[in-house]
Design a binder for this molecule. Structure first.
Ligand SMILES: Cc1cc2nc3c(=O)[nH]c(=O)nc-3n(C[C@H](O)[C@H](O)[C@H](O)COP(=O)(O)OP(=O)(O)OC[C@H]3O[C@@H](n4cnc5c(N)ncnc54)[C@H](O)[C@@H]3O)c2cc1C
Length: 415
């Protein structure tokens, strides 16, 4: 049997994990990344145990454990800092794998280094922006703009995977009239601040509700002065007309405006105003997604990660689901010799599963409990269970874990 050559458009988290998974399964892979140089961009992300399992099988857990924080617990509060719900996470909850909170850029660079070490630096072509692709004969043909040499190059292979993010060119080719991503009405403000640890030192917290929410978690271990890099996200609902910004991950936000909104959120366990005030840069991004698609795989071309299923960053699933796609893709290629059949099977397994999460995240996913409490007790509460029962709290959490595929017992049965 010949060794299949798989082209991956996009060297982000999904594309690089797919490259590692496909290489491990014995395929030849080439990654074409639009950026002239891969830089450690972004702020914090979370990787759930099901995704860490995949990374562990790719030999990355040790390196991850060095640069990431193993998240101990997740706690939801209302806007007055009153606790609604808390649960242990990752290995602290009994999973065989941790939940990692990590700087996206650090994780991305680690993945890239692994690809270079294991597959070879010559397998990654930076400065190559995919312009178009087509099924051709028994394989595919893709045209890239080679930015460094200011020329177009045509590459042929057996399959092409569009891992080219929320503005995917591959997706647009099959869905030309889809338009821009759908705005949720919420602007995300993302920042990092060097600060003393809060709560357990590896806690993830969320406070507020849909229209005004604050999320914080550390993404580095304490330094010699006992400080950590705390990642935070402040969500603010705006009117539809205010959605004039470009979906650029690196757009700067106004600190003073944000501080004004959160000035009273001074909790004894986390002084949010000073976290905002002492931050370095703050980036703003309109929280957006796209409707689930009816089809990802078109003969020998398919989609993966944000190109396939961009979702709200709720429930820590964006990067995790791209990683799960990568594992499934490689397994399908191993199982079926015919490329189109493998990609159809990959779609059959992953499309409905991720579409469910996209839709569930529109309803706030597991954070629904914060919205319920806000609606029932907008001025706070004396006794939480007068507002929401423990059964209701437990049910929301359990339902989301099932939808997102990280139910404890089911996951722990896997290798
Ligand atoms: C610069 C940047 C910063 C981000 N910061 C955060 C963050 O702080 N927190 C968070 O939760 N999520 C962030 N994300 C999104 C997050 O990485 C994804 O939601 C998730 O990891 C899924 O990964 P993905 O590989 O599908 O998409 P992405 O990580 O977005 O990767 C897509 C890759 O494709 C490349 N690309 C795009 N178009 C083309 C093309 N035509 N040809 C070739 N390559 C192309 C992009 O340069 C990028 O490297 C960021 C994404 C980017 C690109």
């Amino acid at each position: 049997m010949d060794r299949k050559k798989i082209l991956i458009a996009g060297g982000g988290i999904g594309g690089l994990t797919a490259a590692l998974s496909l290489h491990k399964a014995g395929f030849e892979v080439m990654v074409y990344e639009s950026a002239p140089e891969v830089k450690p961009l972004g702020v914090g992300i979370n990787l759930l145990p099901h995704a860490v399992r995949v990374l562990t099988n790719l030999g990355l857990q040790e390196a991850m454990a060095e640069v990431a924080v193993a998240t101990r617990e997740l706690i939801y509060f209302n806007k007055f800092g009153q606790k609604i719900w808390g649960e242990p996470r990752g290995m602290f909850a009994g999973y065989h794998w941790p939940q990692f909170s990590v700087h996206r850029g650090t994780f991305h660079m680690l993945l890239l280094q692994k690809v270079k070490d294991v597959i070879g630096a010559e397998s990654v072509f930076t400065g190559h922006h995919l312009l178009s692709c087509e099924n051709k004969g028994a394989g595919v043909s893709a045209v890239f703009n080679d930015k460094k040499h200011d020329r177009q190059v045509t590459v042929e292979g057996d399959a092409l995977i569009g891992a080219d993010g929320i503005h995917s060119v591959v997706r647009k080719q099959f869905y030309p009239v889809e338009g821009i991503p759908k705005f949720s009405g919420v602007i995300l403000h993302r920042g990092t601040t060097i600060a003393k640890p809060f709560l357990s030192g590896s806690s993830m917290i969320m406070a507020g509700s849909r229209s005004k929410k604050f999320v914080a978690y550390p993404i580095t271990k304490p330094d010699k002065d006992g400080n950590q890099l705390i990642n935070w996200i402040a969500d603010l609902q705006v009117s539809e007309d205010e959605n004039i910004m470009v979906r650029d991950w690196n757009r700067r936000a106004d600190k003073a405006k944000l501080l004004e909104q959160f000035k009273s959120w001074e909790f004894p366990w986390l002084p949010i105003p000073s976290l905002i005030n002492n931050s370095e840069a703050i980036y703003e991004f309109p929280m957006s997604d796209r409707d689930p698609l009816p089809q990802w795989s078109f003969n020998n071309i398919s989609l993966l990660g944000d190109a396939a299923h961009p979702m709200y960053p709720i429930g820590s699933n964006g990067a995790s689901q791209a990683i799960l796609d990568a594992e499934c893709l490689a397994e399908c290629f191993e199982r079926y010799d015919d490329v189109a059949t493998a990609l159809k099977e990959y779609e059959a397994i992953r499309l409905a599963a991720t579409a469910n999460i996209v839709l569930q995240n529109r309803k706030m996913g597991p954070e629904e409990v914060m919205q319920i409490v806000e609606e029932r007790a907008p001025n706070g509460f004396d006794n939480l269970h007068d507002v929401i029962s423990q059964e209701e709290l437990d049910a929301v959490s359990a339902r989301y874990k099932k939808i997102a595929g990280f139910e404890l017992e089911a996951l722990n049965q896997k290798q």
